[in-house]
Design a protein around this ligand. Structure first.
Ligand SMILES: [Zn+2]
Length: 457
């Protein structure tokens, strides 16, 4: 064993000198190794590695319970071999993994739940919150070393490039997700391509698979209208009416009944109601909650009280006023600071409101430009701005269709075809471009009184 470790040190030293060495794996010499006592999540990761490597290399890859002499073993999970090789995934943040590539063996290890089984959960059509970082390591390894890409659900969005062999540069690295919260609303969407839309069970299974491929968070951080949990209306509508939004007609937005729109349960966010959010948040964290969600109710709009109007000077009853973003974020930062000042180990969560959403939209164009230049020679970078795309392939008639120069509403294939084209060699001269796919809608020239259009002000 000492010999093996010394070899490892030599390899690292060689990397530092810039003399990187590489191993070559192929269908003839590769194998995937998982310890016989590995938990189900690690075994699932091993099955995925075997499956995708076989698709890349065009040949079945053996799955063994110990390294075979003369084969290049990709050892998965935490076990005696990975520990001997110096891998310590337990010292990394949640959902991180480490990889070590040596001359005769590679290791991919992350922390895995000892009991939860992804395969069983997929069969049932859902994925729970449990650690599965070795699986994240497998997808990351396939992406980094074999060029496999998981863009969007189904075979159409999965790219598995065929290759006679894969070159693995020797060395070690670890990967930690950039964000603790990684959730995708595809969870609530459908139908999934390539799966019968009428088969609800298969649809749920496809969603579960994609939740794994996307490497979604494994630790739940609540972020969905958490302000409702503080029961402000129930506790303060009598004693503190000033906590509630003042409407144009002079009445306060007080209601104990849950109404999921702007008419009900809106607060005055310049009032002292945020003292309640702050103190209650501190109390809940002291009681053991790790994250307290202080996201407001949907449809937040400007309060007409003097304080709110002095700050924002708007009667724009829409989210677009910027009122939500500035006020809610500054209050959220103040609560976060109070947690830090109190020396507590906890956090608050808040959703990005419309200004951030709009900023992000513009940011995509700027990011496309910057990445295309920074990554020039390595990869081309383009973005797509979709118009009205019906993700359920419904057919529209009448004005909905006729108003679009293309004569119809778009569908996901309109976008997917452009993605395929941009990723192909045919688009080799296109980079840094944003492509608008909207049936020509944003190219419409609309004048007052044309085609029945009227400006009414
Ligand atoms: Zn107000």
């Amino acid at each position: 064993m000492k010999y093996v470790l010394r070899m490892g040190c030599l390899v690292l030293a060689a990397c530092c000198c810039g003399l990187s060495r590489a191993a070559e794996i192929s269908g003839a010499n590769a194998e995937v190794v998982v310890a016989p006592d590995a938990p189900p999540a690690t075994r699932f990761a091993a099955a995925e590695m075997t499956n995708y490597l076989a698709r890349v290399l065009g040949r079945a890859i053996p799955l063994s319970t110990s390294p075979t002499e003369g084969r290049y073993a990709i050892v998965l999970g935490t076990n005696a071999w990975s520990r001997a090789a110096g891998l310590r995934p337990e010292s990394l943040p949640r959902d991180s993994y480490c990889v070590k590539i040596g001359p005769g063996r590679a290791y991919v290890a992350g922390c895995d739940s000892p009991t939860q089984d992804p395969a069983r959960q997929i069969a049932q059509g859902w994925i729970g919150k449990f650690e599965r970082a070795t699986l994240f390591g497998v997808y990351g390894f396939l992406d980094r070393h074999a060029g496999v890409r998981f863009y969007f659900p189904g075979e159409l969005g999965t790219v598995v490039p065929a290759a006679p062999s894969i070159r693995l540069t020797e060395g070690s690295y670890s990967v930690t997700p950039r964000f603790a919260t990684r959730d995708c609303y595809l969870h609530g969407a459908g139908p999934y391509p390539g799966v019968d839309p009428a088969d609800a069970k298969s649809q749920r299974r496809a969603k579960a698979v994609y939740s794994l491929l996307l490497r979604e968070e494994t630790d739940r951080i609540p972020c969905c209208h958490g302000q409702n949990r503080f029961k402000i209306a129930e506790r303060f509508s009598e004693s503190h009416p000033e906590y509630f939004q003042l409407r144009k007609n002079g009445t306060r937005c007080i209601g104990t009944k849950f109404e999921h729109n702007w008419m009900g349960r809106q607060l005055c966010h310049t009032s002292k109601v945020w003292d309640i959010f702050r103190e209650d948040t501190l109390a809940r964290i002291r009681k053991g909650e790790r994250y307290v969600d202080i996201m407001p109710q949907d449809g937040m709009s400007a309060c007409m009280c003097e304080n709110c109007q002095r700050v924002f000077n708007t009667d724009d009853f829409s989210l677009a006023s910027g009122y939500a973003t500035e006020l809610i974020w500054s209050n959220t930062v103040a609560v976060a600071k109070a947690i830090t000042d109190a020396g507590l180990d906890g956090g608050v969560s808040q959703s990005a409101t419309v200004m951030s959403w709009r900023g992000a939209k513009g940011g995509i164009a700027a990011l496309t430009h910057a990445l295309a230049v920074s990554l020039a020679g390595k990869v081309r970078v383009n973005s797509i701005s979709p118009g009205w795309i019906d993700t359920e392939y419904r057919t529209y008639t009448g004005p909905d269709a006729a108003q679009q120069p293309a004569g119809r509403v778009g569908n996901p294939m309109d976008i997917a075809n452009m993605v395929l084209y941009l990723c192909s060699d045919k688009a080799g001269f296109i980079t840094g471009e944003n492509i608008c796919i909207d049936g020509g809608m944003t190219r419409q020239m609309i004048y007052h009184n044309d085609f029945g259009w009227k400006l009414e002000k």
